[in-house]
Design a protein around this ligand. Structure first.
Ligand code: NAG
Ligand code: NAG
Ligand code: NAG
Ligand code: NAG
Ligand code: NAG
Ligand code: ZN
Length: 459
C-alpha cells in the first residue's frame, strides 16, 4: 500500500490538471502555472518543505542559498571529493562557518571510542604515568595502564613504558604524530592508503583496538567523556546519545560521569550491536537474545545499525526489515533503505528515523561523491531522518558541523534550505530517546538558541 501523503499528492495533481483542462488552458504548450504548482508540490515533500519561516529566517535562507551557489560554482566542490581532501576547503567555507554557529540539536549516532580528537588522546592521555605501549605485527600499537609490567599480548612486542620510550627517541613529536596516525583514519592521501573497502575497515578496527587501551581505563574515560561533551557543546550540539564500548562497561562509567549533567544536558545509552555489518552476523542470528526483553515484559529500546551495506539481497541487507521487526527506535545508517520499499514505508509510518552519517559512509567506502548518497532521495521525500557523525575522531571531523555541511550542500543540493536545516535539528530532538517532558524542555531550549542564531545572522 502506498503511503497516504503520496496518494494525497497524486490526487491533488490529477485534480489540478483536470481543472486546468476545463479552464481551456491545456492544449499546446504546458501551462506555466501548472508547472509552478508541480514544482511547489514537489518542494513541499522534502525535509523541511512545509516548515514556515519567519521573515528573518527567510532572509537568512536567501543568504545561505547565495553562499551555497558560490560554492557550487566554485573550482572545488567539497562534497564531490573524499572528505580527507575536502576538509581544508570545508573549513574555509562560509556555509560551514554558519553551520558551526547553528544550534544543531542532538547527535544521536556517535560511538564513544571516537568522540574526542586524537591529538587530545596522545598529548594528554599517553603522557599520563603508567601508560604502556606495544607494537603489533600489523604496524599498529596497543596501550594499557598498569602499575606493574603487564602480561604480554599475542602478536605484540613486549610492553614498554611510554615515558621510557620517549626518553630514548630523539624526536618525541615524530613519535606522537605516528601515535595519532594509529588512532585515526585521517590521511592526506586516502586513495593510496585505502585502496579497497577491506583495507579501510581493517585499519578502522585496528584504530579502535589501539584507542580502547587508552579510553577504557576508568579515570581516563571520565576525562575523555567530559572532553567529548565539551567538543560537541562547542560545536553547538546540546545532547548526545552514545554507543560503543560494551554496555556493561559503559554503564559503570556513565554513572560516574552523571554529575556532568550540571554543565551539559543528560546523557544516556541505548542498545545496539556495533561492527562491520558486511562481515558480522545478521540481526536475525541474534533473534533469541533480542526477543528476551519482550518476552520478559521489560522495555529495552533498540537502536540498531542496519543496512550499512552496498550489497543488495545478502543476509546483512535483510537487517533493515529485521530491525523494524524488533521494533527498533531508529535505524543506524539505513544506507540500503532506498532499496527496501517496504522497510522505507514502515519506517515512515512508525516514525522510525534513519541516522544518516554522510562522512562515515564516504570514508568507509560506500559512496564516493556525496551528491549520490542514497539519503539525497530520502531527504527529497521527507523520510524521518537525523544527521550524525558516527566516529568523528576517526574521520578527522569533530562534532556535527562537518556532517551537516555534507548533508546540506552535498545530499541536499540546491533544494535544501534553512527549513531543511531547521527540521533536521528539530528531528534530532523529536526522535531522541528523551522522555516527552525532557523533549519539551530540550525543544524550548533549542528554540531559544535558534532564535538567537537567526537574529545574529540574518541581515
Ligand atoms: C589532561 O586533561 C585533564 C582533564 O581535562 C587535565 O586536568 C590535565 O591538566 C591535562 N593534562 C595535560 C598534560 O594536558
Ligand atoms: C621533530 O620533527 C619535526 C618534524 O617531524 C620538526 O618540525 C621538529 O623541529 C623536530 N623537533 C626536534 C626537537 O628536533
Ligand atoms: C603506528 O605507530 C607505530 C609506532 O610509532 C608506527 O611505526 C606505525 O607506522 C604507526 N601506524 C600507522 C598506521 O600510522
Ligand atoms: C567488554 O570489553 C572487555 C574489554 O574492554 C572484554 O574483555 C569483554 O569480553 C567485553 N564483553 C563483551 C560482552 O563483549
Ligand atoms: C514489537 O511490537 C509489536 C507491537 O507492539 C509487539 O507485538 C511485538 O512483540 C514487538 N516485538 C519485539 C521483538 O519486541
Ligand atoms: Zn555507527
Amino acid at each position: 500500500m502506498a503511503p497516504l501523503p503520496f496518494l494525497h499528492g497524486l490526487q491533488v495533481t490529477v485534480l489540478s490538471v483536470l481543472l486546468l483542462c476545463w479552464a481551456g488552458v491545456c492544449g499546446g504548450s504546458p501551462d506555466p502555472r501548472h508547472r509552478d504548482s508541480l514544482i511547489q508540490q514537489e518542494a513541499s515533500r522534502q525535509t523541511g518543505g512545509t516548515v514556515l519561516l519567519t521573515e528573518a529566517e527567510r532572509r537568512l535562507s536567501t543568504h545561505l542559498h547565495k553562499l551555497k551557489r558560490q560554492e557550487v560554482e566554485g573550482p572545488q566542490f567539497p562534497p564531490a571529493m573524499h572528505f580527507f581532501k575536502a576538509r581544508p576547503f570545508i573549513q574555509r567555507s562560509p556555509v560551514f562557518r554558519l553551520l558551526q554557529k547553528m544550534p544543531k540539536g542532538a547527535a544521536l549516532h556517535v560511538h564513544s571510542f571516537s568522540l574526542v580528537g586524537v591529538d587530545w588522546l596522545v598529548k594528554n592521555v599517553t603522557y599520563r604515568p603508567l601508560c604502556y605501549i606495544c607494537f603489533t605485527l600489523t604496524q599498529s600499537v596497543r596501550f594499557v595502564f598498569s602499575a606493574t609490567q603487564p602480561r604480554p599480548l599475542p602478536y605484540c612486542s613486549s610492553w614498554v613504558l611510554l615515558e621510557t620510550l620517549r626518553a630514548k627517541v630523539d624526536n618525541t613529536s615524530d613519535l606522537d604524530h605516528s601515535l595519532m596516525q594509529n588512532l585515526t583514519l585521517f590521511t592526506g592521501d586516502p586513495d593510496s592508503a585505502y585502496p579497497s573497502q577491506d583495507t579501510v575497515w581493517d585499519r578502522f578496527e585496528e584504530s579502535f583496538s589501539a584507542a580502547s587501551g587508552l579510553i577504557s581505563h576508568v579515570p581516563v574515560f571520565k576525562d575523555y567523556f567530559y572532553q567529548g561533551l565539551k567538543q560537541f557543546y562547542m560545536d553547538n550540539v546540546m545532547y548526545l546519545e552514545l554507543r560503543g564500548l560494551n554496555v556493561s562497561e559503559v554503564k559503570a562509567v556513565v554513572e560516574e560521569a552523571i554529575h556532568l549533567q550540571e554543565e551539559f544536558p543528560e546523557v544516556m545509552a541505548g542498545f545496539d550491536l556495533v561492527g562491520r555489518e558486511d562481515r558480522g552476523r545478521p540481526l536475525w542470528y541474534f533473534r533469541e537474545a533480542l526477543s528476551l526483553p519482550a518476552e520478559r515484559g521489560v522495555t529495552l529500546p533498540y537502536f540498531f545499525h542496519a543496512g550499512e551495506t552496498d550489497w543488495e539481497g545478502r543476509d546483512v541487507d535483510e537487517n533493515l526489515l529485521d530491525a523494524l521487526l524488533f521494533n527498533t527506535s531508529r535505524i543506524g545508517h539505513g544506507f540500503a533503505l532506498t532499496r527496501h520499499p517496504l522497510a522505507k514505508e514502515l519506517s515512515r509510518k512508525r516514525g522510525v528515523a534513519v541516522e544518516v552519517c554522510p562522512i562515515s559512509n564516504q570514508v568507509l567506502g560506500f559512496v564516493s561523491d556525496l551528491r549520490n548518497h542514497p539519503a539525497a532521495v530520502l531527504l527529497l521525500e521527507g523520510q524521518p531522518m537525523v544527521i550524525s557523525s558516527d566516529d568523528p575522531a576517526s574521520f578527522g571531523a569533530a562534532g556535527l558541523s562537518y556532517d551537516f555541511y555534507e548533508a546540506f550542500v552535498g545530499l541536499g543540493g540546491m533544494s535544501a534550505h534553512l527549513g531543511t536545516l531547521k527540521e533536521l535539528a528539530l528531528n534530532s530532538i523529536r526522535y531522541s530517546s528523551l522522555s516527552p517532558q525532557l523533549k519539551d524542555k530540550a525543544l524550548a531550549l533549542w528554540q531559544r538558541k535558534w532564535d538567537q542564531f537567526i537574529s545574529e545572522n540574518s541581515q
